[in-house]
Design a protein around this ligand. Sequence first.
Ligand code: UDX
Length: 465
Amino acid sequence: MSLPCVDGSVEKGEELRIAIVGCGDVGLVTGACLAVVGHHVTCVDNDGERICALAEGRACTHEPHLGEIVAAAQRTGQLEFTTDHTEIIRRVEAVFICAEVSLLENGESDLSAIDSVARVIGGARNGPSLVITKSTLPVGTCQKLQHALEIYGRATGAKCAVACNPEFLREGNAVCDFLHPDRIVVGVDETSVAEKMRQIYLPILGGKLQCPVHRGSCPAGAPPQFVVTSTISAELVKPASNSFLALKISYANQLAELCERLGADVEEVTRAMGLDPRIGSRFLHAGIGYGGYFFPKRIEAFYLLAERAGVHFNLLKEVERINRERVDRFMEKAKQALWVLKRKQVGVLGLSFKPHTEDTHSSPAIEILGRLLAEGSIVRAYDPQAMDAARAKFPTVTYCHDAYGVASGAEAILVLTEWPEFLLLDWGRVRELMARPLVCDGRNLLNPNKMMELGFEYHSIGRPR
Ligand code: UDX
């Protein structure tokens, strides 16, 4: 049976036996994608229920298209699931560590799962020759892991090298990001290890895979760069990249505030700025700030890492401060427009931290929802995917079937997540349904001129009224 992403033009390379430790979304995406490009992959996890569901073809993930490729790789026999770490780790050539690492009470990461993997590898004379860290782990983990492997392998003579291979997967786009990355970063302390990593990624490095997500017309550009660094540099790439992206967002947000004071339009300014290839246009959109599971946590962790190394990375503190203030500024805006929030019916469009996900972790929309309730507003809300998560936090809110339900009788609508479907609403109908045609757009999703032509009082971020 042929693999779904690979046709005759793809250089396949040698098929390797690979174990993936940890079946969260990163592990599952890594395992399924490496399987569909031709390796024999076994995913292993302690969570028996999850493994059972995965083995039975119930993919337990909301990541788009992941279920499809898991099923396709299972059909071809390239992908298997087990709870038996010891047995499987001893039988493969390479192990990817994708386990989610929890924090201990003292703020340090719990690396016991990684230590256990090292112990199993060290105990097997003919076990894997390469262990690759993909989870986001404290900087310096690879060196410690290499040391542990040497100690545990003394009795058996097991030899295993370590590589760091950070992932840059975005929620909601992870499958495409894995199969069509712009770079594959590989941190190694020996050149031969880099060669092995190149073999693993060979089908992806050609840039010719069919994309199951975009049906062969993936917008990916050039084939990815294969970047070889030391392990310690590779460990820094991910937190450094995420922090820089957050910095870009905070820059745009602070600029938006300045634009408001001076009467300029932040969208015009950032569009022109972004045309300079040294700057780039992505992650320069002003709004109510970044959220999600990763950005806020990682920036804080990166700051602490620098602090422990004796470097005061105060720039990152500013990035966080600017981001935190977005919700305050937006609430001020809403209050200025509505005067009093108490007992006013306010409609909320969007609850997730970004579109195309049900995730509400550190979502600015959720923070705003909480503030509205604290002010005594009567809130009706709608989100295409995130209403269950919001309902669990704020059960008193009325959750509507659609945006028109939110509009009905509202004295204001707040747009808090840039779902494309909000752009396509019949805003004329929305206006008819509202008690007062007031829109505060926290994501600069809508066109100010069109909104005003439709008779709305329209406020957005960093754009003149
Ligand atoms: C992020 C990183 O992008 C990814 O590389 C890493 O592996 C995990 O963390 P993700 O959390 O999925 O991915 O979200 P992302 O798409 O990066 O967006 C983060 C937040 O920034 C969202 O809240 C989004 O709304 C906000 N954002 C993004 C802006 O406010 N403005 C922008 O211009 C871009």
